[in-house]
Ligand binder design. Structure first.
Ligand code: PRP
Length: 216
């Protein structure tokens, strides 16, 4: 991944205002893996605010009688999914929860384009209002594959909510209805996102020091 920076861009619906992502914030001292993280990209406060904004916008799309099924994409989306589901509840929208586990990264830092289903849906989604909950859209390959997969299952509607998106990394055009933050094309961890299964519990989004993943 390159070190190119990009300003947070307009989202598909709603905005992450310029500078909102808190680029360049210092890593909280004494925090999780402090020595491995270069800087904070989105801090805890801004994450909570944005999750609530996204939930409010999505909740307004549905009628009271609509049955909304959240499909979280493991593992990375587990933290966002938990906060997002509760935020939807606060905005009066009741949801049911499903997870899929699909993998494209393995232990590396770039997308391979190879998607493996590690865990499929547990139930039929025909006729359901489905909301795909992703932690990050990078190349877009995973989401593009997932949307094709869901399209074959006759959902009443499919919406996509992604906490993070890297516009500079996109290799396929994929329709993301709600985006939390557009971020630079750098390797980020925290709030569910990992490197080699570590850092998922970090409570903010931070850029990993390249030295961490260039270590042999
Ligand atoms: C990450 C992320 C997305 C996907 C995005 O998953 O959660 O699903 O990569 O990348 P793409 O847009 O380039 O396809 P990953 O395969 O790292 O698995 P994980 O969520 O279990 O960490």
């Amino acid at each position: 991944m390159s070190d190119v920076q990009a300003a947070p861009a307009e989202t598909s619906r709603g905005h992450a205002a310029p500078g909102d992502a808190g680029r360049g914030d210092a890593v909280p001292p004494g925090g999780w893996y402090e020595g491995d993280i270069e800087r904070v990209v989105v801090d805890e406060r801004r994450l909570a605010e944005r999750v609530d904004e996204l939930a409010a916008a999505l909740a307004a799309e549905y009628d009271d009688n609509d049955s909304v099924l959240l499909v979280g994409v493991l593992k990375g989306a587990f933290v966002f999914m938990a906060d997002f589901a509760r935020a939807l509840g606060r905005h009066g929208r009741h949801v049911e929860i499903e997870f899929m586990a699909i993998s494209s990264y393995g232990q590396g830092v770039t997308s391979s384009g190879v998607v493996r289903i590690l865990k499929d849906l547990d139930r039929d989604i025909a006729g359901r209002h489905v909301v795909v909950v992703e932690d990050i859209v990078d190349s877009g390959l995973t989401l593009s594959w997932l949307l094709r997969y869901l399209a074959s299952r006759s959902a009443a509607s499919v919406r996509v909510v992604a906490l993070l998106r890297k516009p500079e990394a996109a290799t396929v055009d994929v329709d993301v209805h709600y985006v939390g933050f557009d971020i630079p094309n750098e390797f980020v961890v925290g709030y569910g996102l990992d490197y080699a299964e570590r850092y998922r519990e970090v409570p903010y989004i931070g850029v990993l020091k390249p030295a961490v993943y260039t270590r042999s």
